[in-house]
Design a binder for this molecule. Structure first.
Ligand code: NAD
Length: 387
């Protein structure tokens, strides 16, 4: 490797992360709201935390919470038919909100109002109005509200931010991002992801929120100003898409593809596309263009925090057009454990949320702006009031 190239790579060298000792004398009494698929990852991580007692759980479906805790061998957990009964009857320190999107805000708000710290699954919610309401409740409560973007804790995802912050790309002016699957409408566990009254938004919010977070977090979450959005549902509405459940086509009430052109503060353009289903393998790599360099992030399953291959910086060194490959950083740490641990630490120590709503409010404003613009068929202004 050329010396200059090594110099560039040295700029991004990661320092080994030190894990702080956990204070086990202060136990956290935790509850889980919604005991579906993602709650499994939460309970597995909570069980590994030496300072957590899982004391309560809730699910709207009768018997589901009871069966869930039994399956995970957690005894003595009191189960309730909804978040309200649980929060009215329990003294909790923290809850995970693992409900479908439309129930994120009612559950998170109620918990914050009861003085309970909240780890809320992604996407934050469905509409910008809900997001603003939730952020105001969080502020009034003084409690920690963190949003469940575990890819943020991946070493390669962190590297993207380090590269931008190193100044190696210069001034960023254009980003193309997104991702998708050829066939991947998430119905293996039922229809809560595809029905309007449970999910609210489809691929746009479900996986789109991750690719937005990957690039916006890297560049410091500038405020979104305007958006032109498009969304469609051609695959979701096709009975032949679901050979075993053609009736799902009638239930499909969200998007399976979305695209947008977003203007961000600082003169940055964000070009975005996301798909649960399309006649293509990928909608393209993520690229970040700057005045000094460009970064290519090979098409990635951003929803699980992986890059699709070594990233490359395209830049000019001593007048020559040079490409610097950033080797993949092996990272087999458990991202869910990191998401839960950082949340618990913030709640215990009164420190800021690891994935703060001040940032994710902008993520939500874009998602909701894309849906609004798609509905009216033209560009719209994104108005975000002071929280
Ligand atoms: N971070 C990740 O990697 C990741 C992965 C998958 C899903 N998710 C997110 O997690 C959320 C849930 O996804 P899922 O696949 O577990 O959905 P799911 O439909 O399998 O489970 C949701 C459960 O919440 C229950 N519920 C809804 N409202 C409730 C309420 N008010 N009180 C009590 N229970 C309630 C439902 O009855 C259901 O059992 C979604 O928002 C999704 O986007 C995150």
């Amino acid at each position: 490797m050329a010396e200059k190239e090594q110099d560039i790579l040295n700029k991004f060298k990661t320092n080994q992360e030190e894990e702080a000792a956990v204070d086990t004398t202060r136990k956290m009494r935790v509850g889980i709201i919604g005991t579906g698929w993602i709650a499994e990852a939460h309970i597995e991580s909570y069980k590994r935390m030496p300072d957590v007692e899982i004391v309560a759980g809730a699910d709207l479906i009768p018997g589901k919470a009871e069966a869930f805790f039994k399956r995970y061998g957690v005894e003595g957990v009191r189960c309730y038919p909804s978040h309200k009964e649980m929060l009215d009857n329990e003294q909790l320190d923290a809850v995970s909100v693992c409900t479908y999107n439309r129930q994120h805000v009612p559950c998170a708000k109620y918990a914050l109002e009861k003085g309970v710290h909240v780890l809320l699954e992604k996407p934050m919610c469905v509409t910008l109005e809900e997001a603003i309401d939730l952020c105001r409740t969080e502020k009034a409560s003084g409690k920690v509200l963190s949003i469940g973007f575990q890819p943020r804790f991946d070493a390669n995802m962190k590297m993207i931010k380090k590269i931008v912050e190193s100044g190696e790309l210069g001034q960023i002016y254009y980003i193309q991002t997104g991702g998708g699957r050829r066939r991947g409408i998430p119905t293996p566990f039922g229809t809560t992801f595809i029905e309007e009254n449970t999910a609210g938004l489809g691929a746009l919010a479900d996986i789109g929120c991750y690719s937005l977070d990957m690039v916006l977090n890297a560049i410091g979450y500038p405020k979104p100003l305007t958006v032109t959005g498009y969304k469609s549902d051609f695959f979701g509405k096709m009975p032949s898409y679901y050979p075993n459940h053609p009736e799902y086509a009638d239930l499909f009430g969200v998007d399976d593809f979305a695209a947008a052109f977003v203007r961000l503060e600082g003169g940055i353009i964000l070009d975005f596309r996301i798909a649960w289903a399309m006649n293509m393998d990928t909608p393209g790599d993520t690229i970040i263009l700057g005045t000094k360099g460009g970064l290519r992030i090979p098409s990635t399953e951003c929803w699980n925090g992986s890059v699709g291959g070594p990233m490359k910086i395209y830049h000019e060194v001593a007048g020559a057009q040079v490409e610097t490959e950033i080797p993949i950083i092996p990272d087999d740490s458990n991202l869910f454990d990191k998401k839960i641990r950082t949340f618990l630490d913030a709640a215990k120590n009164g420190t800021p949320a690891p994935v703060p709503t001040s940032q994710i409010l902008y993520n939500q404003a874009i998602l909701s702006g894309i849906a609004d613009s798609a509905r009216v068929g033209h560009e719209i202004q994104i108005e975000i009031p002071e929280i």
